[in-house]
Design a protein around this ligand. Structure first.
Ligand SMILES: Nc1ncnc2c1ncn2[C@@H]1O[C@H](COP(=O)(O)OP(=O)(O)O)[C@@H](O)[C@H]1O
Ligand SMILES: [Mg+2]
Length: 232
């Protein structure tokens, strides 16, 4: 279980201190799909980067199954089983997708085995397996490969930052199908359809968590706050 205790993240912005995350405490439950939602700039991506270790909090503590991992590197966290797919994928010129899958799984895979990961995210695997993971792929293709690599790492906690972004015909049924039993998923998303299929929803606003509850309960409240003008 990932637990954040009093996480604050402050940056210097044009000489001023800017509070990006403001004293966040939360326990992400095991074997759950937890969606994180909230307006642009509310701190969702920053929160996920703090969990994976890309950025360090200014103060506060991160626990993983009771172990304090606040000072662990990204690599150490990946080894523990915390995996991440970026909102903006990072491409690697000179490495094929097959090679990257081998790196993610830490072993050489047969072609059919490597293809399985790509098929799971809706890619026609044989067309892609020997291509470089570079900018010649469309944004949506990069995003799918990125998701496949996160799945190939085979951790028990997988974090996706807006997996639907840039994927035009991304099917939510497929997204739900890639979730496996006995694993935990933390997924940043704006899509109501995805949110309603999650177990738990976290709502962020101005660097704070303003709601965290069962998806049904949160969606009821979200309707009141976000759709007022439309309903009037
Ligand atoms: N290093 C930084 N310097 C200045 N502002 C930052 C920095 N990192 C994030 N921010 C700001 O913090 C806010 C939260 O960013 P982010 O976590 O990416 O939001 P979200 O993913 O919810 O859209 C945004 O206003 C963003 O511009
Ligand atoms: Mg973001």
């Amino acid at each position: 279980m990932i637990e954040l205790n009093n996480i604050t993240y402050i940056v210097e912005d044009k000489g001023n201190k800017k509070v990006i995350l403001d004293n966040i405490s939360i326990k992400f439950e095991d074997n759950c799909v937890t969606a994180i939602t909230g307006q642009n700039g509310s701190g969702k991506s920053t929160l996920t980067k703090i969990i994976i270790g890309i950025i360090r909090p200014t103060s506060g503590q991160i626990l993983y199954n009771g172990t304090d991992i606040t000072n662990y590197s990204i690599d150490e966290r990946v080894k523990l089983g915390i995996n991440y797919a970026f909102q903006q994928p990072i491409t690697f010129k000179g490495l094929t997708i097959k090679e990257l899958i081998d790196i993610a799984t830490k072993q050489e895979n047969s072609i059919p085995k490597a293809c399985e990961y790509l098929s799971r995210v809706g890619i026609c695997a044989k067309d892609y397996i020997n291509r470089d993971f570079d900018k010649t792929l469309s944004g949506g293709e990069q995003k799918r490969v990125e998701l496949a690599l996160a799945l190939a790492q085979n951790g028990n906690t997988v974090i996706f930052d807006e997996p639907e972004a840039g994927i035009d015909i991304w099917s939510f049924d497929r997204l739900n199908k890639i979730f496996e039993k006995n694993k935990s998923y933390i997924v940043v998303s704006h899509q109501t359809k995805f949110l309603s299929s999650a177990d738990k929803i976290v709502v962020m606003q101005n660097g704070k968590i303003v709601q965290y509850d069962d998806a049904k309960t949160v969606l009821k409240n979200l309707k009141h706050t976000t759709c007022k003008k439309v309903e009037e």
